[in-house]
Design a protein around this ligand. Sequence first.
Ligand SMILES: [Zn+2]
Length: 479
Amino acid sequence: MKKFFLALLFALIALLGVLLFNTVQFKSRQFDVVAEPAPKISERTLENFKSAIRYKTISYGDSIPTDTAQFFGFHRFLEKTYPLIHKNLEREKVKDFSLLYKWQGQNPGANPIVLMAHMDVVPVEPGTESIWQVDPFEGVIKNDTIWGRGTTDDKMNLIAIMEAVEKLLSENFIPARTIYLSFGHDEEIGGQGAIAIANLLESRNLKADLVLDEGGIITLDKIPGITQPVALVGTSEKGYMSLQLSVELSGGHSSMPAPETAIDILTKAIVNLRANPFDADFSQSTKDFIQYIGPEQPFLQKMVFANQWLFKSVIVGIYEQSPGGNAMVRTTIAPTVINAGVKDNVIPTLAKATINFRLLPGDTQETVIAKVTKAIADPRVKISKLSFGNDPSAVTPIDGYGFKTVEKAARKTFQGTIVAPFLMIGATDSRHFGKVSDQIIKFSPMNDPIGFHGIDERISLKGFQDGIWFFEQLIKSIE
Ligand SMILES: [Zn+2]
């Protein structure tokens, strides 16, 4: 008995030793560089951003056609506001409204980089205009903050890129590599503009060493144990798919219901689906996130993150506690539309539901459909794919040129900010650029923007200033 306890004691000491060793070895990966504060922005730069907000470049979807005058007006605004860009860069219009600029670099043999943004915005939901504190399309400055639809998504990125390039041109700067500026016009409704630009670049055999699009932001107090701001630099993006479930069964009068109706079968299918969630797993981007965030955490959390071999289920448990965290570790299932019946005393013959899935890297549309079919396990439920969908994006390596370049520029711009790779849950235009580059980064250089797709969308003047500075530092640091 004594021998057993001694053995147990030694085993515990050995385990503790391994845990401590791994924790001590878990070193910070933060780029060692001193940030330089952003120069003050001029009144004119501010006016330019305000003007950009005033164009109602709204993507409505199928129901309402595009207001072409707003988009052409926005093009003219860019021409007028950024004369050096329009004098020195080649510009092409793609799919009428999307814009592609080419800024010739010093080294024509080097692979180019692509900076992306989109000029369209989501509509202001009818009935919510009065809840806004300002007119969403007026471009108002209040409390050192710029308010309006599109301030954070995504006109800030677009204007910040234009301001940085125009300024560098005024200083006769020539980038080391060729830089493309790619501005889509319909990101919010699928990104046909970005698809066409990607096809165009591919047809010219262009391979980019970095594609940078909107994505993760700089958050504060969102990551447990971390008190500094964290720049979330997206290195992959979840996939997207919607399935329609439909059940057709002879209906009849509600006074004599059969044991099972179409509605019964459909709702049972949804319940079964929800009761069988996809397995939780760390995608490569989340593993990378842990490698970057773990060493910055207080000792205990650091020990947990440093010893995933032992604590993986603990970490997954932490993620699963919030819907946002849960979405980082699994393919999600969300019933979004349900339809059946027209009258209270008629049993409908047809019941339909739409289920939206966001696919974790590792899953594909095919594997999800197979799993759904198995979970529902009822051939009376027809499963069909709704038109557009896409598999998860490839993962951008964190040791490649693309990530390193963005990481360095972020550290140089945002004082005391931890930079970490992460998995983007939302979709961006850059998902269409897989054939142009294997180094796609999804990052919006914005400090805690507010009201994304919602009410009172806004960004602080400081945030706008830092955003321009980020793009300037990025372009200057390109080698
Ligand atoms: Zn966007």
